[in-house]
Design a protein around this ligand. Structure first.
Ligand SMILES: [Zn+2]
Length: 261
């Protein structure tokens, strides 16, 4: 390598951190949203759509856990022991995974849509302790009663080959052909009636204090999750967009204009 090209290369390196820092400061306006909801509430689907619409990365703890397990990382091996037994992964393991993801430049700059975290009051307190009031601009609960999600979860089938989710017709207890790839779509091992009922009860137990705490901070909004995915998405946008606009206004001026809810 000749000295001229090395000089240019070095020059560009010194420019980079400055450009990067400016971009980070400017982009801290990225929305920070917590999405809550029972299993079967359509939370994952709505998060994917919101992520596209709001231009904010979708961070799913389910995906983080699967990625850590697939990568064979020590934390993944630890998590796997719980996942394989159908148990919830402990707070500290989930916190480590989420903290690592949130510390990535993309999250600091572009904001985030947290799906599946915080699941407990302790996790929420840890998140706000680390990130301060800006840990979340808003937390939205997609509210679907347990009685409505139960049949959805019982009907759920997952493709062995491509992982696509599909719903079995009512009363159908067997596997199906995957509509996406023709593979076999079956009930997951941890989707027995008993396991589903246990997870729904656990959600109620854990989310009640979490929702109360978020509400007291003025951070919680609730959206009716019954209806078609399009209807729910429209309701989510109608609720979230004014809130997020207020948040941006607050960042700029230091005061909220109008009601916070
Ligand atoms: Zn498939």
């Amino acid at each position: 390598m000749c000295s001229v090209s090395r000089g240019r290369w070095r020059g560009r390196v010194t420019e980079h951190p400055i450009t990067g820092a400016a971009a980070l400061r400017e982009s801290t306006t990225g929305a920070r949203v917590i999405v809550l909801g029972r299993q079967g509430s359509g939370k994952g689907t709505q998060c994917a759509r919101l992520s596209t619409r709001l231009g904010v990365p979708h961070i799913s703890t389910g995906d983080l856990l699967r990625a850590a397990i697939a990568a064979g990382a020590p934390i993944g091996a630890h998590a796997r022991a719980y996942v394989e037994r159908g148990l919830l992964v402990p707070d500290e393991v989930v916190l480590d995974l989420v903290a690592a993801r949130l510390a990535a430049p993309a999250s600091r700059s572009a904001g985030y849509l947290l799906d599946g975290f915080p699941r407990t009051l302790a996790q929420a307190q840890a998140l706000f302790e680390v990130l301060g009031d800006r840990a979340a601009d808003v937390a939205v609960e997609i509210d679907v009663p347990a009685a409505a999600v139960l049949p959805r979860l019982i009907a759920r089938r997952v493709c062995d080959d491509c992982g696509a989710l599909t719903a079995a017709p009512e009363g159908w207890t067997h596997h199906l052909a995957c509509p996406a790839c023709g593979g076999i779509a079956r009930r997951r091992d941890d989707d027995t009636d008993e396991a589903i009922a246990r997870r729904l009860a656990l959600y109620d137990e854990q989310s009640t204090p979490l929702l109360v705490w978020l509400d007291r901070r003025g951070a919680l909004v609730t959206v009716d999750g019954l209806g078609s995915p399009d209807e729910v998405f429209d309701r989510l946008l109608a609720t979230l967009e004014p809130r997020l606009a207020q948040g941006r206004d607050y960042q700029r001026t230091g005061t909220f204009r109008g009601p916070r809810t």
